[in-house]
Design a protein. Structure first.
Length: 279
């Protein structure tokens, strides 16, 4: 084998190994059987709802919560990471549109995207509660922190983004637990925010909030959380787009909602979350 052929083969092998290293990694959130799932005998169900070749799956009856970790190329990694909680009315997890699709977009921009598949309060038999979902989210954050060095993540720049019901879950993860357990920042995408989520801590994480004005859920949901943050003098950024409806994921084509991903990156950088670690 000539030297040039060997070098070409070596370069190709490195590229293959790098691709393999960047492949998504799925891990259970809990070691062993998750607390609360011991006596639950339900089979997880995946339903394809996409049309025209678009993959848009809903996952129901989750009993074993997981995270799917997608890491950016090392040359592009910023050290920032986002735990993603897809929506679905706490009845299903919109795993692609508000999970995997967003995670892949984040990795393209140097941010680790980690998709949480969590247990759902609206599971048949109501065997799980909102607190079960919150426990899954906090356990996922703890798991990511435990692997932070391995995955090239700065624990101080690990945030959480939730969509619709997932936005409710992310908001609760930013409010309910002790500070050490909370995400560093929040992304609340057309979130379901009730009139109260309990006491708002003085050091609630800063939030990036997005909703469309024609969302049937009502923009008061986003406004509530924004006002709670401002009352605590915490940095918050709110974008209310004129059109887009509900459930637009990375943005609905032909509406202003397609601008939010770029705005989110700018917000991360402005707040010091996406800058590469000093060497």
């Amino acid at each position: 084998m000539s030297r040039s052929s060997f070098l070409s083969l070596a370069v190709g092998l490195v590229a293959v190994l790098a691709a393999r290293a960047a492949a998504p990694l799925e891990l259970p959130v809990w070691p062993g059987t998750p607390p609360g799932s011991e006596k639950v005998k339900l089979e997880e169900k995946w339903e394809e709802r996409g049309k025209g070749g678009v993959v848009d799956r809903a996952v129901r009856q989750v009993t074993i919560p997981t995270i799917t970790v997608m890491l950016p190329e090392k040359s592009r990694a910023t050290g920032a990471a986002v735990l993603l909680a897809p929506g679905g009315g706490y009845e299903h997890v919109t795993i692609d549109k508000e999970g995997f699709d967003v995670a892949r977009w984040l990795t393209d921009h140097g941010v680790a995207g980690i998709v949480l598949k969590y247990r759902l309060p609206q599971t048949p038999g109501k065997v799980f509660t909102n607190d079960t979902a919150l426990a899954d989210a906090l356990a996922a954050l703890k798991l990511v922190r435990a692997h932070a060095a391995e995955w090239g993540i700065d624990p101080a720049r690990l945030g959480m983004m939730g969509f619709s019901a997932g936005g409710n879950l992310a908001a609760r993860a930013g409010i309910a637990p002790a500070k050490a357990e909370r995400p560093a920042f929040l992304g609340l995408m057309y979130p379901a925010i009730p009139e109260t989520l309990g006491p708002i801590p003085d050091d609630v994480p800063p939030a990036f909030i997005v909703q469309a004005d024609d969302d049937a859920l009502g923009t008061e949901n986003s406004l509530r959380f924004y006002q709670w943050e401002r009352a605590k003098k915490i940095s918050a950024e709110l974008h209310l787009f004129s059109q887009g409806g509900h459930g637009f994921g990375l943005g609905k084509s032909g509406t202003p909602t397609t601008a939010w991903p770029g705005l989110f990156l700018a917000w991360l950088e402005a707040n010091g979350f996406s800058q590469a670690k000093a060497r």
